[in-house]
Design a protein around this ligand. Structure first.
Ligand SMILES: C[S@@+](CC[C@H](N)C(=O)[O-])C[C@H]1O[C@@H](n2cnc3c(N)ncnc32)[C@H](O)[C@@H]1O
Length: 212
């Protein structure tokens, strides 16, 4: 076991467990779906739940549902009357993901939409106070500007994968389209006076952005 693997194992042994339902969903996603590594895991899932509990949002938006793992973690932290809207552009995921969301103890807190969040969120007429941005990395700039138009002051926006496996500082990836897009997004957010921001070096990088 490498040092990093030992630290990761240590962290997981010294924090809350995920539910058996989430464990089973994570396992099934790895058996049945292509690119299961996209699923938020145990640590990030518990962080999402805790951030939702602390921020106490009324309306949560997620861009990129995939298997529904992160959506269900956030739903677990929602208070009475609060709702999460999650968007997935790939309609082939619906048969897998919808039963997992609707069959969970938090299914009534989640509205699962199949469609392009960039087109559909503006038509929903909601104002969000918590957002998890986890769709196509090449569209992060577009998601960001759209989200800023549909969030309240004080809203928390989380952008996942903003260190892109360390490629953001690796010259070998200077021309990789996803790396270029993430670097543009990171530079833009860093200079954006409308928000406060920091990058957590968790997993693949998680940017926390607070709208002023
Ligand atoms: C990294 S995965 C999401 C993982 C999930 N949030 C989790 O943490 O378990 C990204 C997903 O975003 C979806 N996606 C990409 N562009 C999108 C868009 N414009 N609107 C909605 N979903 C999108 C992809 O099809 C993919 O399933």
């Amino acid at each position: 076991m490498t040092h990093d693997e030992a630290i990761e194992a240590y962290i997981l042994q010294h924090m809350d467990e995920e539910s058996d339902y989430l464990k089973a969903l994570y396992r099934k996603a790895h058996l049945k779906l292509i690119n299961p590594r996209m699923t938020s895991g145990h640590l990030q899932g518990r962080l999402l739940k805790m951030l939702v509990q602390l921020a106490r949002p009324k309306r949560v938006l997620e861009i990129g549902t995939f298997a529904g793992y992160s959506a269900l973690c956030m739903a677990e932290g929602l208070g009475e009357g609060a709702l999460l809207h999650t968007y997935e552009i790939d309609d082939e995921l619906e048969d897998f993901t919808r039963p997992w969301i609707e069959g969970s103890p938090y299914g009534d807190k989640v509205c699962f939409h199949i469609g392009n969040a960039l087109e559909e969120v503006p038509q929903l007429g909601e104002v969000f106070d918590f957002v998890f941005m986890d769709g196509d990395k090449r569209q992060y700039m577009e998601y960001y500007e759209m989200i800023l138009q549909h969030t309240s002051p004080g809203a928390l926006i989380l952008a996942d994968n903003t260190l892109w496996d360390g490629h953001v500082v690796d010259k070998a990836y200077l021309n990789d389209r996803q790396t270029v897009a993430i670097n543009e997004f990171n530079a833009f957010v860093a200079a954006d006076k409308r928000v406060e921001k920091l990058i957590l070096p968790l997993r693949d990088g998680l940017t926390m952005i607070r709208k002023k």
